[in-house]
Design a protein around this ligand. Structure first.
Ligand SMILES: C[S@@+](CC[C@H](N)C(=O)[O-])C[C@H]1O[C@@H](n2cnc3c(N)ncnc32)[C@H](O)[C@@H]1O
Length: 422
């Protein structure tokens, strides 16, 4: 079938559909660099702004693909939905094009919470709009791990089938769940990659030292919150008087006794208490556990905390999401996040995300970041002739892309299921 690739980006839809024998006849992408890349990779020069497309200029086609921009819908975004004037409204142009061309199928991909944002208003708008122009909507949340690719990346896949050919039950292919996930098969340190910066590398070593010296053999999903080592302040000090507060110890056991003002006290308190004068709920359990760890390992923790690099607040928290009983950071993946240093199991990569290149996964045993080529493999885009120049741009585009293998997977039976010969 012929397809058009709206919001084309790196062309995840293109690769997935082309692998099933379908042919791209038109694309659009607003970013000039991605347009040039698309031309280089696929031989098609995309149109720029979707809002400026004249529908009559688009060639006939059987499938519309649209990974419409997800920033306004992602959890990290502001949850603005259609109220967002810039990208929330772009779906209207998909509807406009579909209304004119009436292709058999429309394929959309986005973050799963488009179903719930603005109390479901956006989702109702989307489904009603497509139903009104004659389509039946099917949707499913799929992650690459579901089809054997070692990346956690839940996305909603929406397929709108034209009502006259709809058989009432779109057939989502079932995945072979038995496939074992193994990121190491994708890793190759000989690819061009970025080394881990020395301060970060030293920091990981220092945290490993603590894990080695603590008298614990396992860590469940908690964070070690170093500023709680030696702290005694009440977890919620919102209503506590200045005089009362001076009786306690702040971050790293600093005495508050000689403080002359609340400002002085707050300088000795952990940064995460600054906003609401309490330990945030999401950190509470870990903070209490960290106090316990301290009291059971006082000497080790005190000596260790003195030498901890405290340049960044987030470097003082270790978020353990790795194996419970293998406390070796170097057998895991690492991600530097705003909330802390996250330790993840080594067999599956976290979701590639476009907005913060600082969160590129790290392979600590090789003292390096995941390479753009390895990330492209996680999106099944590694056979492209070219990726954007530089790590940051590559990760941004790859984090924006739809997983090409999932597209290939869900569309493999389209022609057969609907008896389409073209
Ligand atoms: C979520 S990404 C989709 C990526 C694509 N599906 C892929 O596999 O790489 C959204 C894309 O829409 C593009 N975009 C944003 N506004 C646009 C507009 N008004 N017209 C065309 N493209 C636009 C962005 O530059 C971005 O590449």
């Amino acid at each position: 079938m012929r397809f058009i690739d709206l919001f084309a980006g790196l062309g995840g839809f293109h690769v997935g559909l082309a692998n099933n024998g379908h042919k791209c006849v038109f694309a659009c992408e607003i970013e000039a660099e991605l347009r040039n890349l698309y031309k280089f990779n696929y031989g098609i020069e995309p149109f720029d702004d979707v809002t400026k497309i004249e529908v009559t200029k688009i060639p006939s086609h059987e499938i519309i693909c649209a990974g419409f921009p997800c920033q306004p819908f992602s959890l990290a975004g502001q949850k603005k939905g259609t109220e967002c004037p810039k990208s929330g409204k772009l779906i209207e142009h998909v509807i406009r094009i579909a209304k004119f061309h009436c292709p058999q199928f429309i394929l959309l991909e986005n973050v799963p919470n488009i179903v719930t944002i603005t109390n479901g208003t956006f989702w109702r708008y989307l489904t009603n709009s497509f139903e009104k122009i004659g389509y039946k909507i099917y949707h499913k949340i799929i992650s690459p791990v579901d089809i054997g690719i070692p990346q956690n990346r839940k996305r909603i896949f929406i397929i709108a089938v034209r009502q006259d050919i709809d058989n009432g039950n779109f057939n989502w292919p079932s995945a072979n769940k038995l496939k074992k996930l193994n990121l190491s098969k994708i890793l190759n340190k000989n690819n061009i990659h970025k080394h881990l910066e020395t301060p970060k590398s030293k920091l990981l070593k220092h945290w490993q030292k603590l894990l080695n010296e603590l008298s614990i053999s396992e860590l469940r999903s908690i964070s070690i919150v170093a500023p709680e080592f030696g702290a005694t302040y009440p977890h919620d000090f919102n209503k506590i008087s200045f005089k009362e507060m001076k009786k306690y110890k702040g971050a790293y056991g600093q005495s508050l006794a000689n403080c002359k003002s609340w400002d002085e006290i707050m300088k000795k308190m952990p940064s995460y208490t600054n906003k609401y004068l309490k330990i945030p709920d999401w950190l509470f359990k870990s903070a209490m556990k960290s106090r316990e760890l301290f009291s059971e390992n006082m000497e080790v923790c005190s000596k260790w905390a003195e030498k901890l690099d405290k340049k960044n607040n987030s470097w003082q928290i270790l978020e353990w999401r790795g194996n419970f009983n293998d406390l070796n950071i170097y057998n895991h993946l690492v991600q530097f996040r705003a909330s802390g240093i996250r330790i993840l199991r080594a067999n599956v990569a976290p979701s590639l995300i476009s907005m913060t290149p600082t969160q590129i996964p790290i392979i600590p045993s090789e003292n390096r970041y995941l390479s753009p080529y390895e990330a492209a493999k996680l999106q099944n885009l590694h056979r492209l002739k070219m990726l954007p120049h530089g790590t940051v741009k590559s990760f941004k585009a790859l984090g924006n892309a739809v997983n090409a293998k999932i597209v290939e997977f869900i569309t493999k039976n389209l022609n057969i299921d609907y008896g389409i010969l073209r």
